[in-house]
Design a protein around this ligand. Structure first.
Ligand SMILES: NC(=O)c1ccc[n+]([C@@H]2O[C@H](COP(=O)([O-])OP(=O)(O)OC[C@H]3O[C@@H](n4cnc5c(N)ncnc54)[C@H](O)[C@@H]3O)[C@@H](O)[C@H]2O)c1
Length: 271
């Protein structure tokens, strides 16, 4: 706790897209320890930076010193080689949870993903408790992160909220986003609630705005007190289908292009 009585929160992946946006919204509510393997720019008065590589448990624990809660965003946010995904996303998340346990941190909010369940057809609305259907090694790493969270909750009482972020964007970019969009201000509200809500224990929720066409249910939002302010429907006239072919995997499955057989993400050869 800071001198002003504000909680100190560790934000991993703070140099990234989601982390940078969350900083702006969370700065007024918490003292932030920003951590990333990359430098974070332009610190505000209530922010400090601690560099840590998620693959290094000692660095992760050092970064977490003094934190009461963690928002764990750091990692590879796309498909990549399995060994890298495993080291950064799976082992890295275990390092975060183990440090939280060792330091007596109360709660971790985890950036999970739609790709944990990406092979569900778009025609099916799914809740957070359906069997997992990952569409990539990346999706498998998010399933593993959720399972690690469950383990640390059951065994050690570490509270854990998995937010299955779907498409974090300033505004919807294509027709899929009419269902999957998560606006920056809704993301900030959702992660704040994930840290602040009482009596949560272990919870998985959809990380989307209040989209009229959503494929995921709002189960758990009431427990958190999350009330999205945005709906992608407002952009329906502006966006188009990415592929167009309704028979393609990209258009059939919730995971979009990640569900294509040849999708390599960051493992794809350059150029
Ligand atoms: N952006 C989305 O729409 C979306 C959707 C679903 C889930 N997510 C998840 O949200 C989180 C943030 O995503 P993002 O879009 O901001 O990605 P990003 O790549 O912009 O940010 C991730 C950050 O993690 C850091 N990182 C990578 N390897 C690291 C390591 N070994 N040690 C320490 N830090 C490391 C990177 O430097 C980067 O700053 C990720 O976990 C991602 O899987 C994002």
């Amino acid at each position: 706790m800071s001198a002003e009585g504000r909680r100190r929160v560790l934000l991993t992946g703070a140099a990234g897209v989601v982390g940078s946006a969350l900083r702006e919204h969370l700065a007024g509510h918490y003292d932030l320890i920003l951590s990333d393997v990359r430098e974070v720019q332009e610190l505000r008065p209530n922010e400090l930076f601690r560099r840590a590589d998620l693959t290094n448990p000692a660095q992760v624990q050092a970064a977490m010193q003094g934190a009461q809660a963690v928002i764990h965003l750091g990692g590879i946010p796309d498909e990549h080689r399995y060994d890298l995904i495993r080291a950064v996303n799976i082992d890295g998340t275990q390092h975060v949870l183990e440090a939280a346990r060792a330091l007596g941190v109360r709660r971790v909010a985890f950036a999970s993903s739609i790709h944990a369940v990406g092979y569900y057809p778009r025609a099916q609305q799914i809740g957070p408790d359906v069997p997992v259907r990952p569409d990539t090694f990346y999706g498998v790493s998010k399933v593993a992160g959720e399972a690690l969270g469950r383990l640390y909750f059951e065994k050690h009482g570490l509270e854990f909220v998995a937010v299955r972020i779907c498409s974090f964007q300033p505004r919807p970019q294509d027709a899929r986003h009419l269902s999957t969009w998560l606006s920056p201000r809704d993301a900030a509200q959702l992660f704040r609630r994930a840290l602040d809500a009482h009596g949560v224990g272990y919870l998985t929720v959809a990380g989307i705005s209040g989209n009229t066409r959503r494929w995921m249910t709002d189960e758990g939002w009431d427990l958190l007190g999350y009330q999205p302010q945005d709906d992608a429907e407002a952009y329906a006239a502006e966006v188009q289908h990415l592929r167009g072919d309704p028979a393609s995997r990209s258009e059939r499955f919730q995971g979009g292009v990640f569900s294509e057989v040849g999708y390599l993400g960051r493992a794809a050869p350059e150029g």
